[in-house]
Write a protein that binds this ligand. Structure first.
Ligand SMILES: [Zn+2]
Length: 290
């Protein structure tokens, strides 16, 4: 079936919805970290709940209930997860948006539809936390690079997760993002993928978030380890500076089929970020022509 709308249009719509919501929250003198206050302002409910380590939060549509995992203590991660779940709520409450979404996803499987909604919620969450216009300006000035993450975080006191997703959502090229953290082997349980890996350290990098730019074709998963020896480990060894090179896009099936592309990785605020460019980013000089 031919869709009358594209996913890019849906991302624009969700960003518009997030911008409007950000404005309303500011006007109500609420901070986004006041989860209960923000939920109440929109007639939704908020609660903490103990969940397994791989889950950040939930949204229960029928109850309009947002829950966050009380075991996650990282504030940036809590804020981002809240915004993600909150966007789920904004989407279902916006009849116009919901109608467009329904039309776009009606011939999809439940799984495909969920993936679209998840991507949109990440895009909306990033827009709630940092405006696109500021990030677009920075990309025009400096070109697309991972170094923009600390720059923008400092300039706008924004969350590094939100900035990374924001960069990804306005990237004009095919690009994948991975946000990973160091985890002890024991913490991650008996993951079958590790049986084939000979550990030479007690920790590994674990994918907490991943995402794809609007033109990139695939959804990458989360909650799996990065294979030891990957370039992403090198940022920890070089004191947190940016490491550039070529390496495999970390996927669950990386062992079966490598997919090497140009990448840039950086350690920041306790995370290791990686941008994997399937195509080269548009250069600063090209952007000036727009
Ligand atoms: Zn979600």
């Amino acid at each position: 079936m031919q869709h009358r709308v594209s996913e890019t249009q849906l991302s624009d719509l969700v960003q518009g919805l997030a911008r409007k919501t950000r404005q309303e929250i500011e006007e109500a003198n609420l901070a986004i970290a006041d989860f209960e206050g923000v939920a109440r302002r929109y007639g939704a409910k908020f609660a903490w709940q103990e969940m397994d380590a791989g889950t950040d939060g939930h949204y229960i549509k029928d109850l309009r209930l947002i829950t966050l995992n009380s075991r996650v203590s990282h504030q940036e991660r809590r804020n981002f997860s809240f915004c993600h779940e909150f966007i789920h709520d904004r989407i279902v409450c916006d009849d116009d948006f919901y109608a467009v979404l329904h039309e776009f996803t009606e011939d999809m499987s439940d799984e495909e539809m969920e993936q679209v909604v998840e991507r949109l919620c990440n895009i909306g969450a990033a827009e709630l936390l940092i405006p696109s216009s500021e990030v677009e300006e920075a990309i025009k000035e400096q070109g697309f690079s991972i170094e923009l993450i600390p720059d923008l975080c400092e300039r706008f006191s924004a969350s590094s997760i939100a900035v990374a997703f924001k960069l990804l959502s306005i990237a004009k090229h095919d690009c994948y993002l991975f946000i990973t953290e160091k985890r002890e082997f024991e913490e991650t349980g008996n993951q079958p993928i590790l049986i084939h890996v000979k550990p030479d350290r007690v920790w590994h990098l674990w994918v907490v978030y991943s995402g794809s730019s609007p033109s990139a074709k695939y959804n990458m998963g989360r909650n799996y380890p990065i294979a030891l020896g990957h370039l992403m480990y090198r940022v920890n060894e070089n004191g947190g500076y940016v490491t550039r090179g070529e390496d495999d896009i970390p996927r669950r099936n990386s062992k079966k089929r490598r997919w090497e592309v140009k990448c840039e990785c950086m350690a920041y605020k306790g995370w290791v970020f990686g941008f994997f460019h399937e195509r080269d980013p548009i250069s600063r000089n090209q952007l000036r022509l727009f």
